[in-house]
Design a protein around this ligand. Structure first.
Ligand code: HEM
Ligand code: HEM
Length: 552
């Protein structure tokens, strides 16, 4: 089927005609309504991030009706008896009011917090899906960069939101934020004074964070998410390899009605999960922590999960400090804060943003890619991804080293020492194990293509030999396996002269050539052998006959 409009349903053509009479855009609308979307369960992950963002906007707006971003001290006079008469900021008192005195307030506050967690978690797994399937490759690099910005902003949005209730736990986070800001060379003191409105804790940080949290950051997020969606729409989504799918077409279901109905249902489903969690699973019970006082920190303080890796980095860092001008206070560089606050975030975010370009530099692959890779088919990329997850995971776990030490009855110092070793060892191990697993999985694909699927049925042949019956894989599965694009490598010496081509000379060029050779990996061809030995029957797996196809 081509892009041509055929049999547009009345439900689409009706409103289209109405709009066309007024705006003249019916063809545009009709064409887009019939746009084909490929389907795969993992494409739902980005949608989870999208829908939780919508829930955040709705619940956040509700909260702004009652929340007061003020650090003015007042005596609590609400209905939560244990805190009656306690001095606290108006911000904390208003959060208590939302929780206890506003109808549905606690439910909405909890929905806001749960959807914030789901938003960041959804975004992270969505990003991993895009990474492991190579969906960031040409022409989608720009959308990938927008994604990296979205992730960074989401962390900032979470941090500012978490600080708003001004309870003892959120104050512990603010204290760390202040420590990091003030550790920055030259500008640290100025930034801190600006942010906090004077000496810590100051009078302004809550109102500053409020403007950032409800206006600036959500505004940018909204603009970037819209750009993200428009780009995805214009470039069309990637598709998993399969029957009849290639780089020139898109196979799937039309936006209207199939995709629209599904998307609506997924939104409601996400909303139901968030509402269910908010109803049954308590989150951030600020009334138990009490108001923030700079002198107190409660034991077992943990940030929201997405900040855990930074907390872990701070916890395992040795207490290094450099004094540039002898013991003078002005030249002190607290590396124990600067390194953990900036390096992991810097490595992860810069690494993510540059990855598509580094990969292209190494492979020399300038082709457009619309068919996603299966992670096993690009073993080095997959191993690099797993190694980054291990790096992040160790930091994240160490963010809770006090809990680990209390739970497993091991010394806190030992958890720190173990973290300092694991931060180097775990990524290396993850790399090696993943690489071997990818090759193993490729070999198992190869075995299925050349010998068929093991059926578990053992037969005895007339001359006495026992064999296991192998069946042919279903067409879909076989096509899925065969849709494997080998990782490109830079040509060593294209004209056979032995002289390396331009861009591969000099020390950097040599490094590039070596990386390219290695990134290309051990090639495991999908050889046919002699067809499927001992085939007897077809594995019955549904085929995608009801799919529509569109040329790109
Ligand atoms: C888009 C991403 C957003 C994230 C990740 C996020 C995250 C958070 C978090 C973690 C809290 C602390 C919740 C608690 O008190 O337990 C919070 C509070 C708050 N958020 Fe957001 N939020 C987002 C968007 C918004 C938006 C768009 C608005 C307003 C339009 C908003 C308004 C508020 C308000 C008023 C509070 C204070 C609530 C209270 O203390 O009870 N948020 N946010
Ligand atoms: C606010 C957060 C985000 C939202 C709401 C969002 C939403 C989406 C949605 C709904 C899709 C299409 C469905 C899918 O592939 O899952 C998509 C595709 C995409 N997203 Fe995101 N995303 C977000 C963050 C990110 C991040 C953090 C990255 C990467 C760093 C990223 C990179 C991409 C790319 C490259 C595509 C195109 C994928 C393809 O065609 O296969 N996104 N996004």
């Amino acid at each position: 089927m081509s892009d041509e409009l055929t049999n547009v349903p009345k439900a689409v053509s009706g409103p289209s005609t109405f709009l066309d009479d007024r705006l003249g855009g019916a063809n545009f609308l009709k064409r887009n309504m019939r746009k084909i979307f490929p389907d795969h369960w993992s494409f739902l992950l980005g949608e989870i991030a999208l829908y939780s963002f919508i829930i955040l906007l709705l619940t956040g707006t509700f909260l702004t009706f009652w929340y007061k971003p003020s650090m003015m001290e007042i005596a609590y006079d609400g209905s939560y008896a244990p805190l009656k008469g306690v001095m606290m900021s108006e911000a904390y008192a208003s959060s208590l009011e939302i929780s206890f005195d506003v109808r549905g307030g606690l439910l909405i506050r909890q929905m806001h917090h749960w959807s914030a967690l789901l938003f960041v978690a959804g975004m992270m797994v969505h990003m991993l899906r895009v990474f492991f399937t190579g969906a960031y490759r040409k022409p989608r690099e720009l959308n990938w960069i927008i994604g990296v910005l979205l992730l960074t902003l989401a962390l900032a949005e979470g941090l500012t939101g978490y600080s708003l209730p001004d309870d003892l736990l959120s104050g512990a986070g603010l204290r760390i934020t202040e420590g990091v800001a003030i550790s920055l060379p030259l500008v640290g003191t100025y930034i801190t004074f600006f942010l906090f409105g004077g000496e810590y804790p100051g009078d302004d940080v809550i109102s500053r964070f409020y403007s950032l949290h409800i206006l600036l950051i959500p505004g940018i997020l909204l603009a970037l998410i819209s750009a993200h969606m428009v780009l995805m729409w214009v470039q069309k989504h990637t598709q998993m390899p399969g029957k009849g799918r290639d780089n020139k077409n898109v196979v799937g279901a039309p936006f209207y009605p199939a995709f629209m109905a599904k998307a609506g249902a997924y939104f409601l489903f996400t909303l139901a999960v968030v509402a269910g969690l908010a109803t049954f699973a308590q989150i951030n019970p600020i009334w138990l922590f009490g108001p923030y006082t700079p002198a107190d920190v409660s034991a077992g303080s943990q940030p929201d999960f997405y900040m855990g890796f930074l907390e872990g980095a701070l916890r395992i860092m040795p207490a290094w400090e450099v004094n540039l001008f002898g013991t003078s206070h002005a030249g002190t560089l607290p590396l124990s804060v600067i390194i953990p606050a900036l390096v992991p975030m810097g490595i992860i975010m810069t690494g993510l943003a540059l990855y598509p370009f580094l990969e292209r530099w190494v492979t020399g692959d300038h082709r457009e890619h619309h068919v996603a890779d299966r992670p096993r088919n690009n073993p080095h990329r997959t191993s690099i991804g797993m190694s980054a997850i291990a790096f992040y995971g160790v930091l994240w776990l160490l963010g809770a080293n006090d809990e680990i030490s209390a739970f497993f009855h091991v010394s806190l110092n030992w958890t720190t020492y173990a973290g300092r070793v694991l931060i180097f060892v775990a990524p290396a191990l993850a790399y090696m194990i993943t690489y071997r697993m990818c090759l193993g999985l490729q070999r198992s694909d190869q075995a299925i293509i050349s010998h068929g699927v093991e059926s578990g049925v053992i037969k005895r042949l007339p001359h006495g030999e026992f064999i296991e019956v192998h069946t042919t894989p279903a067409d879909d599965i076989e096509a899925h396996m065969r849709g494997k694009e080998p990782v490109l490598m830079l040509p060593a010496a294209p004209d056979g002269s032995g002289i390396p081509p331009k861009g591969m000379r000099g020390p950097l060029g040599k490094l590039r050539a070596r990386m390219s050779k290695s990134y290309g990996g051990e090639k495991i061809p999908l050889d046919d052998g002699h067809g499927h030995a001992h085939e007897e029957e077809h594995a019955a797996v549904g085929s995608a006959d009801d799919d529509h196809s569109l040329t790109r």
